[in-house]
Design a protein around this ligand. Structure first.
Ligand SMILES: N[C@@H](CCC(=O)N[C@@H](CS)C(=O)NCC(=O)O)C(=O)O
Length: 112
């Protein structure tokens, strides 16, 4: 399945070029440092990691089940332990659908 098919399967008519990041979240228009807090049996994390694989976006993974420092960091920064959470230049974003859309826009606008 290609990237266009993946977008349609996940989000129907989502247009990555028209996407606007939520208030407070860095825009997907320039290179960013991306860190994804996740664990491997979390279905929402798997969905985001699939988008990462398909797009080839450079994301550093932090496993909150295998690395207690990662889990502690996530809680200290956000007051939550929910994954997936992606830090975009240090700004945390929750919700797999929101993270996936941001990644698809980032791929379309900085890598294509
Ligand atoms: N609606 C969220 C659901 C995230 C979620 O429920 N994550 C679970 C793991 S599958 C979790 O982190 N639970 C532990 C917690 O919330 O502390 C999304 O789509 O990202």
């Amino acid at each position: 399945m290609g990237i266009i098919d993946l977008i349609q399967r996940l989000f129907g008519s989502f247009d990555p070029m028209a996407y606007e990041a939520p208030v407070g979240i860095p825009s997907p228009d320039e290179p960013r440092t991306l860190e994804l807090y996740k664990f491997d049996t979390c279905p929402f994390c798997i969905r985001v990691m699939r988008v990462v694989d398909k797009t080839g976006v450079d994301v550093t993974y932090r496993d909150t089940r295998g690395d207690s420092a990662a889990s502690d960091f996530l809680f200290e920064q956000t007051g939550r332990t929910t994954v997936p959470c992606m830090f975009i230049d240090g700004v945390p974003m929750f919700e797999s659908a929101d993270i996936s859309k941001w990644l698809l826009a980032y791929h379309a606008r900085t890598m294509e």
